[in-house]
Ligand binder design. Structure first.
Ligand code: NAD
Length: 398
């Protein structure tokens, strides 16, 4: 059988622990036997990141900028324990954070829907994608503990050193706490652009939610930027057959519980942090959650939303059987291949990605899956396969 030609190199970012084991297996079973593909390979395993003083992470992000599409395995973000375990030079920063700041991207998390794994919310029938703004607010705040009575004010000083604005936050009569947050028009706009681009490319409605009734300047600024962009993109939205809607966040939450899903839900940083975990657990398993980083200028990095599954890796190292769910990692590859095919105009590459996705879903729907899923499955005869048996079952179908 002739292999399918992938025109442009795909940037591959290898990772750590159990997901690294799965990663190799995915390439050996599903990629190399079927595709004539050039992989621009970067080893983001923690040891090689340490060896290169993390330069490899920066290089991989630049490669995604160059070629447009990357696929990433989960990686360790080192803490003190990891520094000891791997004898690292330092606690290197999260590779995802480094790549995100170079690509200036927004992360979209989307669950994979399988018929016999029902979501916890009965009305949910289609995936709900969460788009989280990844800059500022609570995550770059300044906080103070106010020990006793006193006045706290916001002061804005211009570049010329002159005071431009002053506002009283609170006149404390006793001890309390205070917090200052910020965001930037540039960052909000690039987040909004990434959301509109994603919704238009996936042909799904876009929801945006904040609390602008209470936060009349801060949240209202986010809303104004989204609303303005919606006007500018009206023709593109119409062409894609989709709508943009703004909701108050409490209304959005209430609506979502009665809705069948199928939209992109754009959220501010903290809301996105909390709501993406709610949506993920509502749909069942971390092993069924995919994630894609989209830059405002249309570069894409696909990955599984979960980590390196350390618990399973420890068992694997002891020679014990594991039942690690490879679905989200496989979908990272199919997502990247389908996008590569779209950008290259190669329908056979797109079709291959779709066939592999179908083989995965059919395998689970026929009752063969990993243990994390048998616990949630409606089919009482579902068979729990180990990490490798599950991939073998998919390959048979493919
Ligand atoms: P994790 O996602 O690896 O595991 C969380 C829990 O979910 C565990 O109980 C695990 O057994 C289960 N789980 C997750 N994915 C699974 C799968 N595919 N199949 C079966 N069970 C699965 O997160 P963690 O344990 O908090 O972190 C482990 C390592 O992963 C850490 O070093 C962390 O830095 C890293 N991490 C990386 C990423 C990333 O690269 N995107 C994301 C999160 C965590």
């Amino acid at each position: 059988m002739a292999k399918i030609k992938v025109k442009t190199p795909l940037v591959e970012l290898d990772g750590d622990e159990m997901t690294r084991i799965i990663w190799k297996e995915i390439k050996d079973r599903f990629i190399h036997p079927y595709l004539d593909i050039e992989l621009d390979y970067y080893d983001l395993g923690v040891e090689y990141r340490d060896k290169t003083d993390d330069k490899v992470t920066v290089d991989s992000a630049h490669a995604i900028q160059k070629y447009g599409v990357g696929v990433k395995c989960a990686t360790i973000t080192p803490n003190q324990d990891r520094v000891k375990e791997y004898n690292l030079k330092q606690e290197w920063k999260s590779p995802n954070g480094t790549i995100r700041s170079i690509l200036d991207g927004t992360v979209f998390r989307k669950p994979i829907i399988v018929k016999n794994i029902p979501p916890a919310v009965r009305s949910w029938k289609k995936p709900i994608t969460v788009g989280r703004h990844a800059y500022g607010d609570l995550y770059k705040d300044t906080e103070l503990y106010i020990p006793e009575a006193g006045k706290v004010e916001l002061v804005y000083t211009g570049k010329d050193g002159k005071e431009k604005q002053r506002a009283l936050i609170h006149d404390f009569e006793g001890a309390g706490v205070i917090m200052g947050q910020h965001n930037l028009d540039k960052s909000i706009l690039s987040f909004a652009q990434a959301c509109f681009n994603y919704a238009i490319s996936e042909k799904i409605d876009l929801w945006f939610a904040t609390k602008d009734t209470i936060s009349k300047k801060y949240h209202a600024r986010f809303r104004a930027i989204f609303d303005e962009l919606a006007k500018a993109k009206a023709a593109d939205l119409k062409k894609a057959g989709i709508e943009y809607s703004y909701y108050l966040i409490d209304d959005a939450v209430a609506q979502l519980m009665k809705n069948e899903g199928g939209m992109l839900w754009a959220l501010m940083n903290y809301d996105g942090d909390v709501m993406s975990d709610m949506v993920a657990s509502g749909f069942g398993s971390l092993g069924l959650m995919t994630s894609v980083l989209v830059s405002p200028d249309g570069k894409f990095e696909y990955e599984a939303a979960h980590g390196t599954v350390t618990r399973h890796y420890r068992k694997y190292q002891q020679g014990e059987t594991t039942s690690t769910n490879s679905v989200a990692s496989i979908f990272a590859w199919t997502g990247a291949l389908i996008k590569r095919g779209e950008l290259d105009g190669t329908p056979d590459v797109i079709a291959f990605g779709q066939k592999l996705e179908k083989a995965v879903i059919d395998t689970i729907e026929s009752g063969e899956m990993t243990k994390d899923l048998t616990l949630l499955c409606t089919d009482s005869n579902a068979k729990a396969l180990d990490t490798f048996q599950f991939m073998e079952a998919i390959q048979k179908r493919l």
